[in-house]
Design a protein around this ligand. Structure first.
Ligand code: GDP
Ligand code: MN
Length: 351
């Protein structure tokens, strides 16, 4: 049984299955997953993929978080798939990280959800989605089970990496001084963030000491209005340094946003929140467009464009098809949101 291979601890913060081998990893890093017990089979699919494509050679750890308790069944199935050197932790989100903060008018939040649902906004009517986005904006990096790690790779059930990763991606982050890695960037739905940008601008003007604004052109329209161009890193896969979030400026930024109520009265996603933080706190050289991984999360796929690496890394994606989807996505957002595509900005970030 899985127990033969594991030393198991029941801690206040969750259940920990210790690895059995000696680790030789140069950096301390973990996969982080927030998911629900019902998502077990999508989760197993994703873990098997990540293990086969990457982690079988490294034995990095996993931390699974949930607002409810994980079942024994969930934990055992997950443990059975993972590298035996990995430590696998299953934790519960602290109640006060998931519940409404006291400042929120719950009745008003409910009305706003109904309105957004009627407008047809994606997840506009969902309460749990808002808790999830707020959790990834201000809390996941505070969970006791992730405190000992410097880097994380966020994973979601149902997603897949499409090529082998034949190098240690976390050591690459360290050696190249990368703090935030992404695979896909997209336009955010304007209706989910009507006031986010103005609160971001307010925060910037309250903090003239912020000097590292080299990524600002990625998010800011190059016009008189200096409005948000809606670009954001798709945060369902991110490989990042926890220090981006574990610092006083980010904490003040989160509290500034939290005080506006927009996680509940609007539907602020963690993706635009993380992206604005990156644009405010990192230099372009610290941001990494991970272009050799290949990644799929419905409805989008990212396929590496270096065709020779398709063979050496055993990629399973079709470039022309992927380009077609990308182009139609661009045209779609262009038409829907009526914004100018700034190729200079894209080139800046993708180079
Ligand atoms: P989408 O990618 O924006 O469509 O959002 P998802 O539904 O995939 O949710 C993002 C991540 O948060 C996934 O890993 C989900 O499993 C997880 N998630 C979303 N809502 C909840 C929730 O209410 N409880 C828990 N435990 N996980 C959630
Ligand atoms: Mn998802």
């Amino acid at each position: 049984s899985v127990y033969d291979r594991r030393i198991e601890f029941d801690l206040d913060d969750g259940v920990v299955f210790n690895g059995v081998g000696f680790k030789t990893n140069e950096v301390s890093a973990t996969f982080v997953v927030l998911c629900r017990d019902e998502e077990l089979y999508e989760m197993l699919d994703t873990i098997q993929n990540i293990e086969d494509r990457f982690n079988h050679a490294y034995g990095y750890d996993y931390v699974f978080l949930n607002d409810k308790q994980f079942s024994r069944r969930f934990m055992e199935h997950v443990v059975s798939l993972v590298n035996k050197n990995s430590r696998i932790s299953f934790g519960k989100v602290p109640r006060h990280h998931w519940l409404y903060p006291e400042t929120i008018d719950i009745e008003f939040a409910h009305q706003q959800r109904s309105k957004m649902e009627a407008m047809g906004v994606l997840y506009g009517g969902s309460e749990s989605y808002r808790h999830m986005c707020r959790y990834f904006s201000g809390f996941f990096y505070k969970h006791p089970l992730v405190q000992d790690y410097q880097y994380y790779w966020r994973l979601e059930p149902g997603t897949k990496v499409l090529c082998d990763v034949q190098y240690d991606i976390f050591v690459h982050m360290l050696n190249n001084k990368k703090k935030y890695g992404f695979v896909i960037s997209l336009f955010e739905y304007r209706a989910t963030i009507p006031t986010l940008w103005s609160h971001f601008r307010d925060f910037l003007s309250l903090h003239p000491e912020l000097k590292s604004l080299g990524m600002l052109p990625f998010v800011e329209n190059d016009d008189v209005a200096r409005s948000y161009n809606l670009c954001h890193f798709w945060s369902n896969l991110e490989i990042a340094d926890f220090s981006l979030f574990r610092n006083p400026v980010y904490e003040q930024f989160f509290e500034h946003l939290e005080a506006q109520g927009g996680f509940f009265y609007e539907r602020w996603g963690d993706a635009p929140v993380h992206t604005l933080a990156v644009s405010m706190l990192l230099e372009p050289s610290e941001v990494w467009f991970i272009d050799d991984l290949g990644y799929s999360h419905e409805p989008y796929t990212m396929c590496p464009k270096q065709l020779d690496s398709h063979l050496t890394n055993r990629c399973v994606c079709d470039l022309p098809w992927n380009l077609l989807i990308l182009i139609s996505a661009f045209i779609g957002s262009f038409a829907a949101q009526n914004i100018a595509l700034d190729f200079e900005i894209l080139r800046l970030v993708l180079s």
